[in-house]
Ligand binder design. Sequence first.
Ligand code: PLP
Length: 845
Amino acid sequence: MTRKTGGGKQTAPSFDLSCKTFDADIGLREDNTVEGLKRDIIRHVVSTQGNDYARPSDYNYYHGLALAVRDRMIIQWIKTQRSYYKDKAKRVYYLSMEYLPGKSLMNSLHCLGLTETAQQALKDFGLDLEDVAEVEWDAGLGNGGLGRLASCYLDSMATQCISGYGYGIRYDYGMFHQMIENGAQVESPDNWTKRGNPWEFDRARYMKPVNFFGHVQTWVDDQGRLRHSWVDTQKVLAMACDLLVPGFRNGQTINMRLWAAKSTMDFNLEYFNTGNYIGALEAKIRDETISKVLYPSDQKLTGKVLRLSQQYFFVAASLEDILRRYKKKHDTFDMFPEMVVIQLNDTHPTIAIPELMRILVDEELLDWDTAWDICTRVFAYTNHTILPEALETWPCSLIQRVLPRHMEIIYEINHRFMQWLDTLADGHPDPDSRKSRLSIIQEHPEKSVRMANLAIVGSFSVNGVAAMHTEIIKSVVFPEFHEVFPGRFRNITNGVTPRRWLNQANPGLTELISEKIPGNWLCYLDKLEQLSPHADDPEFRVRWRKVKRANKELLANYVRRKIGIECNLDAMFDVQVKRIHEYKRQLLNVLHVITLYNRIKANPGGEFTPRAVFFGGKAAPSYFMAKLIIRLINAVADVVNNDADMAGRLQVIFLPNYCVSQAERIIPATELSEQISTAGYEASGTGNMKFALNGALTIGTLDGANVEMLEEIGAENMFIFGRTADEIRDLRRSGYNPWHYCERDPELKKVLSMISRNVFSPRDPDLFAPITDSLLHNGDYYCVLADYRAYVDCQEQVDLVYRDQEEWTRRSILNTARMGKFSSDRSVAEYARDIWGVEPLACPI
Ligand SMILES: *Cc1c(COP(=O)(O)O)cnc(C)c1O
């Protein structure tokens, strides 16, 4: 049942979170009245923070409120953990090097059903909840889509009562802060906890030693068994930090356990006794660098010792924790695969496979075959990319040095896998070359471990993240693995949590939808389909437009505040925000902007559909082309925004520092969502889902989850253009010549020649030559020019529809109505049923 609440900002709690509950067992009283919350806020401001309560400031009261909210969540968490033990639940462990939760306060309040209470409590103190929530820093412990997906999945696990845990790294410095100076990206460190983090519990008593370096000793024990010991290691301690993840109004709270590196030097007195005090501290600092900083590359990784150390550090600590929990109730490992499943978020945690083998064989003394059987029933691997530069490999020499025993185990796994391939009598015409392709070890250019191959061989499930991506994995990237392991590959299409991406980000739209759809539709997103008939209701359309307009105003205020640009509210808000990468083709969008500029210049009196084109996204600091693309966007913005002929017609806005909280402002205000990657390269995308859910129309290629969005939304309600993945492959095969496209398209030719003639770089000649070179002389790998004409023509269709606001709104409503499939609840329920073998409990209606 939906009850309308006073603040009018959100759907009401869907079941009674009784104002006062008394848990005799825990002996804690949760007073969820305004007065009760106020008391707790004051108590934390004074007793925890040591501040004078009589001087309310957003900052002090943010901390007080956050701690008061955390008090309530930790009680839920304790009860949730107890219920797992009581029910003997199978545990789902999600291992991810990245999480991108964003801000926690509003989400926690919504989940606990305390938003209005907090609003009133702060009002009584003379403060505004929105301002107080602004104080919080984003937790940016991830690069982009992969980390955000992990956070959406934890939200859905908590909401569907799945006994899940997220494991990861507590970086001191998360994703860098991006500033734009003279049109170029400048990075600064994101010291996200410098003012403290009220959300986490540091478990200083849970310190787990993690070993590095050293060597392997082989010996025969008194029972005649060959034993392996990893000795003379350097130890680093892993301290658990728990961040709570509440379910949506269901009384459940799960946690992310992030590991922080702490030196063992404190205990190593003899080190100090040698007199080398400063030297000892240097070693301590070196140890603690392991969790110091997130690597800011989202697709490409190089063989850095520190990165491998991070991977092993969090995997080793997590596995020890998982085994400790299992061993509380079990004396043997027989039940391990029945009680534990470990999902590997990309190959980053794949070292968990040899690590579990090491523990089972070397420490628990299981024979190899038994250990391997357990391993391959516990691990499941999610592949996120087919970009060759993103498929991780680690030089054997490096692993040998940092993790010598693991290197031996990987060789042994590979040796047995190769032997097993020899037993396959499947009449393969060239079994030796197949073996070299499937081998976990590659010989060239340097002897290295192929982490994806290790993950596939060591897991019972390999999944792609959208139907098309999974097909490409099966037929192009790993076809022979698919042949030798039939049934191991499956698809789970990504999703996003509607709690954050609709309820929290877009309260206006949420409220309007709640008027038409009864019940807890935020947890049963398929119900959005009930909106479809209202697309034909002119009155409803007026209200739908009003919500979008209000969101555009909010974004415009933000833009004014942040960069001093005045947005044209009558313009179509055309948005591309995501990591900057050549395959995502921000360049194609820029070429279109310049084309529009030229058309307006050529016909200053003409009628044009006004557009405000927004860009946002970070470039990896070492990614030269991505950084140059940012400079080009800003240079084009400079020309466009300072040309009087463009006034009221065209604007270009680069929003610095794209992050989760900024996405929450941008997405609800967006009218046109740009999802224009080269077909075959975007594994799924999740940005695409957030936009359509908020009523943006998509212009996009047939790539990733766009394909499935098209199936749901219908071709008549999306703008699809460009070459398909097959056509891109054929084009390359038949010798793609970008010159040819440039020569026969005068508009394109003019755009490229303007870039070459320094129209956008008058004071820095040839600044953008690497861009025109890559397009014209270096083969235009991502086929920007090949799709240019189709894109520009499709954008003309967009303009035409936008002029008919009734039609645009009708399509906008249908987009939202048909996005039910893309809730992360559906994704997680599929993982639960098809991979994890656990039962999701329904969220209460
Ligand atoms: C959703 C999201 C992404 C992923 O966007 P894509 O368009 O799918 O690449 C990246 N960063 C942030 C902050 C997000 O919220």
